[in-house]
Write a protein that binds this ligand. Structure first.
Ligand code: CAA
Length: 259
């Protein structure tokens, strides 16, 4: 896979995606979104990939938002289309992926950048990172799911405060309000993400996917309890369930096949 705006690599069952537009603080232009949509699909379809680490190039920014220069002359219908397409092909696609995505937030995560991190299943921030949804400074509101996912993560009061003041918060504050899972020194960002995915890699792949599906269902208007019941039931037909329970009884470590 070769991309113009992404650096990607699969190593030891982890797909590393680096958004590589450092000069524009990794802002999400159309091409980058298109490439992200492609690599997200690849992650979902490729058995070798057990988890994904998403980060930005350089030490200054994870992603400083959607590319403002690209949409400055849009009208209402173009704006709506931008949000609709982006949400479907990138942001919702990450959230609904069967593979766990970890955002390694290496600097500014603003607007669409924070929305991208929030679409991921887990967020780890560098102690240098700053996070916010500054769209109202541009006469906009968040369009890539930010109003919904920030509310889910930090609650209505904090979400409204952050969005309508356009306030930018340091990583340590983001951890306190549940917006990020961990804050680590910049140098430890990727290794912390790897530590988590290395644990996930020991677990049953279809069960991991089912668990993500059920948790996400609790937040997107579906009946999460029903999704959990169905996903739980499906596990019983998997080879991994037989392997997991046999390994328990035989007092050995399971070797899962993802089938
Ligand atoms: N879009 C396009 N270009 C961007 C960008 C963005 N979101 N953010 C930064 N850049 C570009 C700058 O234009 C600049 O390019 P030039 O050198 O060609 O002028 C380069 O990146 C470096 O940026 P700055 O010179 O501004 O760097 P700074 O250190 O002075 O400031 C910053 C850093 C505070 C992050 C500032 O760049 C900034 O405020 N960026 C915009 C943040 C923002 O408003 N994001 C929301 C975008 S709208 C959105 O995301 C909509 C949505 O929900 C769908």
């Amino acid at each position: 896979m070769t991309y113009q705006n992404l650096i990607t690599e699969v190593k030891e069952n982890i797909l590393y995606i680096t958004i590589n537009r450092e000069k524009a603080l990794n802002a999400l232009n159309k091409e980058t979104l298109k490439e992200l949509a492609h690599v997200i699909q690849f992650a979902g379809d490729t058995a070798e990939v057990r988890g994904v680490i998403l980060t930005g190039s350089g030490e200054k920014a994870f992603v400083a938002g959607a590319d403002i220069k690209e949409f400055s002359d849009y009208d209402a219908s173009q704006g709506e289309q931008l949000a609709r397409d982006g949400q479907a092909t990138v942001f919702n696609a990450i959230e609904n992926s069967p593979k766990p995505f970890i955002a390694a937030i290496n600097g500014f995560a603003l607007g669409g950048g924070l929305e991208l991190a929030m679409a991921c299943h887990i967020r780890i921030a560098s102690d240098q990172a700053k996070l916010g949804l500054p769209e109202v400074t541009l006469g906009l509101i968040p369009g890539y799911g930010g109003t919904q996912r920030l509310t889910q993560l930090v609650g209505k009061g904090k979400a409204i405060e952050m969005i309508i003041t356009a306030g930018m918060i340091p990583a340590t504050d983001a951890e306190k309000i549940g917006l990020v899972n961990y804050v680590v020194p910049q140098a430890d960002l990727i290794s912390k993400a790897e530590e988590i995915l290395n644990l996930v890699k020991l677990r049953a792949p279809l069960a991991v996917a089912g668990a993500i599906r059920a948790v996400v269902a609790s937040l997107d208007g579906q009946n999460g309890y029903n999704v959990e019941i169905e996903s739980f039931g499906k596990c019983f037909d998997t080879a991994d369930f037989k392997e997991g329970t046999s390994a328990f009884v035989e007092k050995r470590k399971p070797v899962f096949s993802g089938k």
